[in-house]
Each structure stands twice: as structure tokens, then as C-alpha cells.
Design a protein around this ligand. Structure first.
Ligand SMILES: [Zn+2]
Length: 588
């Protein structure tokens, strides 16, 4: 059979390591006379318009070696005036210096990119197969390359030509280039590769691989039991840095960022909370392989890369994934039920300490993710609630309610996968599956929990499952209703609505300099400097009231701060019936 070159070809080269520049050459075999080219404004999985085109420079186009006219139509779209169906070459440069998993990075240590940052869509031809050629980097002879794309012609280090079935697959396949650590394992017969860039010399790769294998096998088991999963290969790209945490899911891979110190270390007898956090992140992003990358909101099928894509289902796709990430760590026997309850305690307290839960539903929070969750500011906790944490608690409530009647959320997830054929889904599908499995409508619960702002029945459901709920004093900042930063002074970041700080008149941006109190056994006021919030109990003792001395816009203000008569509490969960808790967390 004659080899037919692809109609759309992207060549990505390192142009200047120290100026952080990639050079991209796009070849279109059969362009339109007015060919539109467009760079995405967002990357699926991260619901924020990021305007990747702001890093693009010097767009030029050529046909038969001669320059043709390129006009920029809007912030992310270019139109080339060219001869129809005659090979078109477009060249441009992209600046890459964002270490997050959502964009692109290039320096002498490492290259990383999501094609959403570098590769333009050839409008009208995004459904066609696309090839991407990445030549090796002369200045970095030890670099290797890793991506989940299908290799067509590559060298031993992984540089060369890759194939994507369409633009979606290209956009969904991040690329890592570095002198990285690489390992692999089989999970239920599926090859998984793990690439770690930036690890310290103490990094214990074998320990990480063993734990990741346990997670992947548990999750494949969760969705498929004995049958084969929908993916036949998978790649984890982990970037270890001095400080950072996060991940982005893709169909055949995920890009993660973690603290170097959170990776497991050779010879360590135990691993701390940081490592549990990393395993939770791995578990979360891998669960997305099913829940959001295949089973996904119908509003995101297909993705529109040119603007916001609205869905009110992120409480399901992010929230239920957040519910299962730690549950499945427990099921994989990587954490104990007691550790699981500690993590759950944190999630519950976060939701209870967010006043926005009383004014914004989980469905609304999903819909407005683009402007509220992803553009958080000082007032965000007052006007929205995280669809991750509240969504996780909705998942918990649903699972525990189902378990009371002999069913489980596990069955519901698997039934949804079947009903929606591992594709687009709506809230109606969830309700239909719940009714199919249990024989009754769950409209009332879903309506109240997802589309309402009343408190979730977390306590009663946990207690019925054998979890004890105790109250303990909340932190001082929480008592006051403040989120602060403490650099030489107490800087007010956020004032929670309904709190003592709110009543006193604190505002974000205030600098809390000191307090004025009536001196003991004297009737004169004394003023004290405050450098840290923790000094307040020392100064106030049992007093319930003080005058806060605050600097705002060059003025000094005196605010009357009254503490509540009864201190604010937060939850602490414990095991009251290890058998029933064990059954729940083991998925029995
Ligand atoms: Zn997620």
C-alpha cells in the first residue's frame, strides 16, 4: 500500500532554550483559499480561559517558498489568504515558561508542552489524523521524550514522529522532554509508564511503582472487574519541583506536579502526609480516565476550544472523583481506615467553613467554575462553594444512603458507564440509573443536595455507617472568620460572612496592627502590638471583646471586635464500628 502523508502535520522544535522559545511549523496539504487557524483559549480539565495565544509570535505563511498573506482575525485566530489545495506552511514561535501542567515550559533542564499551547487547529480539518514531529535537541543530548501519542517513526530516546487520530487526541497528549527517570508496570495486563522529572537523588522509584500499580489495579477492578479496560496503554508524567501540587487528566495520560520532598525515599521506614497526598492525586487523575475523559458531560462533547464550555455537572465529575480518590487508596490498602477518616474530616470542615455553600449550589458552582472557582479572590469563600469538596460530600451521602438499602455508588458508576456507552452523560442519566438499580426515585435527594443550599445529612449517614463525630475547637482564624497572612503583621486576606470579623468591620487588605484592651485591675486602656494571630489569646485572656487597631488605605481605624459567647467547633471523625466502616471502605 502506498504511504499517504497526513494532511495536517505539526513540527515542534526547540528554538532557544534560554529565551524559552519553541518554533512550530504547521503544514497543511490541502488548505482552503481563506484558511482559518486557531489556537485553543483553554485546556479541557482546567476551566479557565487562559488565552494561550498571548505567547505566540511572528506568524508567517508560505506556499511554494513564497510568503502569503496572514491576517489576525481575533485574539486566537489567523486567516491565511492562499491558493486553494496547494501545500501551505505556517511558521510561528511560542514562548514557554509556565511550570504548571496546563501550558508549556522550556529551559535547559526540561521541555514540556500541551499541544493546546503550541499547535494551532486547522479549521475544517480538526477531524483528520494529525502527525507531530519533534526532533531531538542537539544542546541536550541526554534528553528523552515521553508522550501517550502513537509513535510512527521515533529513535531510541523517543524523538521523532507521532500520530494522533484527530486534533482532539493531539490536544489531549502532553509531551515531556528531559533527562528523566522512567519506570513501568503492568496493571491487569495494561502497560503503564511512569516518568519523573526533577526528582532528588534519594527518590525511591520502586516504591512509587509498586504503590501506583496497586492504585491502577484497584481502579481497573472498580470499573471493569475481570474484563479489560478501555485504554490499552497509559502514561504518568510527574514533575517534581520545590513547591507545587496539581494534575491534569487526559485519556491516555496525566501530567502531575508534586513537591520533590513528597516523593518516596530509598531506605525510609515510613512516608508522611505529603506522600499520601501524592498518591491521592495519582488516584484522582487516574480515576478521570473513566470519569470525565470518557464518561463526560454532554455539554463538553465535543470540546469547543474557542470559548468557555458550560456544564453544571462538575460536582459529579470532579466531586465524585474526589470522593473516590481517597476511598480507593484505602481499598488498595495504601492507607488505613483511620487515615481515610482524617482526610475526610478535612474535606468536611472545609465545606462547613465556607459560607458560600449557603448561597450557591453545587450545580451553580459547576456552571460558574470559569469565573468563580478558577478566578478566586478574597471574597470567593462567601459567594461559592468548591464543587470538588461539596461534590465529594454529595458522593459520600449518596454512597452511604445507597448502602443503607443494600446498594452502593460503585454499582451506580458502573451502570452509568454502560448506559452512556463510556460517552456523554446528563443528570437525567444518573437519576435513571439510580431508579433502575434501587427501584425508587432519587429526585428528591439529588434536588436537595445538588440544586439546594441546605446542609447535607453527612453526620447522620456517617454515624449510621459506624463513624463517630466529635466536636473540637476550630482554629482561632476560623473562630474570628478570617483568612490571614502573617508577614511581620497580620494581613487580612478574607473576611467570612456572618463571622465576628465581619461584624467588627474588617475588610480584605487590612493590616491588623494591634489590640487595645482594658488593663487588668485598672480602668485604663492598654494598646498592644499584634504580629501573629496566635498572640491574641495571650493578650485577651478570658476577655470577649477588644478594640482592633487596623491600618487601611493610610488611615488607622479602631474596630470593635466581639468574640462569640460559645466558641466555634469543627468536626473530628473516629471509628465507632470498625466492621461496618471496613465493609464500606473495602467496597463490600
Ligand atoms: Zn479532577
Amino acid at each position: 500500500m502506498k504511504h499517504v502523508p497526513p494532511l495536517v502535520h505539526h513540527r515542534v522544535e526547540v528554538l532557544d532554550l534560554h529565551a524559552h522559545l519553541f518554533s512550530v511549523t504547521l503544514t497543511v496539504a490541502q488548505p482552503e483559499a481563506l484558511q482559518q487557524l486557531q489556537l485553543p483559549v483553554w485546556i479541557p480539565g482546567s476551566y479557565l480561559v487562559r488565552e494561550f495565544s498571548k505567547q505566540v509570535m511572528q506568524v508567517q505563511a508560505f506556499q511554494q517558498g513564497r510568503a502569503v498573506r496572514v491576517t489576525q482575525q481575533d485574539k486566537a485566530t489567523w486567516v491565511v489568504s492562499c491558493a486553494h489545495s496547494q501545500e501551505l506552511t505556517v511558521q510561528y514561535t511560542v514562548h514557554a515558561h509556565d511550570a504548571s501542567v496546563r501550558t508549556a515550559w522550556l529551559d535547559a533542564q526540561r521541555g514540556f508542552f500541551n499541544p493546546t499551547s503550541l499547535c494551532m487547529q486547522v479549521m475544517g480539518q480538526t477531524h483528520l489524523p494529525q502527525t507531530m514531529d519533534i526532533p531531538s535537541v542537539e544542546a541536550c543530548p541526554h534528553w528523552r521524550l515521553a508522550t501517550a501519542l502513537t509513535p510512527v517513526k521515533t529513535n531510541a530516546a523517543g524523538f521523532g514522529t507521532y500520530l494522533a487520530t484527530d486534533y482532539d487526541e493531539l490536544a489531549d497528549s502532553p509531551v515531556e522532554m528531559a533527562d528523566f527517570w522512567s519506570g513501568q508496570f503492568l496493571a491487569k495486563g495494561v502497560p503503564h509508564r511512569v516518568v519523573v522529572t526533577g526528582a532528588a537523588p534519594s527518590f525511591d522509584g520502586d516504591k512509587l511503582l509498586a504503590d501506583m500499580k496497586a492504585i491502577c489495579e484497584t481502579e481497573i477492578n472498580f470499573w471493569h472487574g475481570r474484563t479489560k479496560p478501555a485504554h490499552d496503554h497509559y502514561l504518568f508524567l510527574i514533575s517534581a519541583v520545590a513547591d507545587g501540587y496539581g494534575g491534569l487528566e487526559h485519556r491516555f495520560s496525566t501530567a502531575l506536579i508534586c513537591k520533590r520532598e513528597d516523593l518516596p525515599r530509598v531506605g525510609a521506614l515510613s512516608h508522611g502526609d505529603g506522600y499520601v497526598g501524592l498518591l491521592g492525586l495519582i488516584s484522582h487523575e487516574y480515576f478521570h480516565t473513566w470519569n470525565v475523559k470518557r464518561l463526560r458531560p454532554s455539554a463538553l462533547a465535543p470540546y469547543n476550544y474557542g470559548q468557555e464550555n458550560y456544564t453544571d455537572l462538575l460536582w459529579f465529575f470532579e466531586g465524585f472523583t474526589s470522593y473516590y480518590d481517597d476511598v480507593l487508596l484505602c481499598r488498595a490498602e495504601l492507607i488505613s481506615p483511620a487515615t481515610y477518616l482524617k482526610l475526610l474530616t478535612k474535606t468536611i470542615n472545609q465545606v462547613w467553613q465556607t459560607p458560600g455553600r449557603k448561597v450557591h449550589t453545587a450545580a451553580q458552582a459547576s456552571f460558574e467554575a470559569w469565573t468563580k472557582y478558577y478566578r478566586a479572590d478574597a471574597n470567593t469563600p462567601n459567594l461559592t462553594v468548591s464543587y470538588y469538596t461539596k461534590g465529594a460530600l454529595i458522593g459520600l451521602c449518596l454512597d452511604l444512603s445507597l448502602r443503607q438499602s443494600g446498594y452502593s455508588l460503585d454499582e451506580v458508576m458502573r451502570a452509568l458507564w454502560k448506559r452512556c456507552k463510556a460517552g456523554p452523560m446528563t443528570e437525567h442519566d444518573l437519576l435513571a440509573v439510580l431508579k433502575d438499580i434501587t427501584g425508587r426515585s432519587w429526585q428528591r435527594e439529588i434536588h436537595a443536595w445538588v440544586h439546594g443550599t441546605a446542609e447535607l445529612p453527612v453526620m447522620a449517614l456517617l454515624q449510621a455507617q459506624g463513624v463517630s463525630v466529635q466536636q473540637e475547637a476550630a482554629s482561632l482564624a476560623q473562630q474570628l472568620g478570617l483568612r490571614v497572612q502573617e508577614n511581620h503583621a497580620v494581613q487580612i486576606q478574607t473576611v467570612l460572612n456572618g463571622s465576628p470579623a465581619h461584624s467588627a468591620g474588617f475588610a480584605p487588605g487590612d493590616e491588623w496592627l494591634g489590640v487595645e484592651l482594658l488593663a487588668l485591675r485598672k480602668h485604663t486602656a492598654q494598646a498592644w502590638r499584634l504580629k501573629k494571630l496566635d498572640q491574641l489569646p495571650l493578650l485577651m485572656g478570658t476577655a470577649k471583646q477588644c478594640t482592633a487597631l487596623v491600618s487601611r488605605d493610610g488611615q488607622l481605624l479602631r474596630l470593635n471586635l466581639r468574640l462569640p459567647a460559645k466558641p466555634l467547633t469543627q468536626w473530628r471523625l473516629g471509628l465507632s464500628n470498625p466492621v461496618t466502616v471496613g465493609q464500606w471502605l473495602a467496597g463490600r
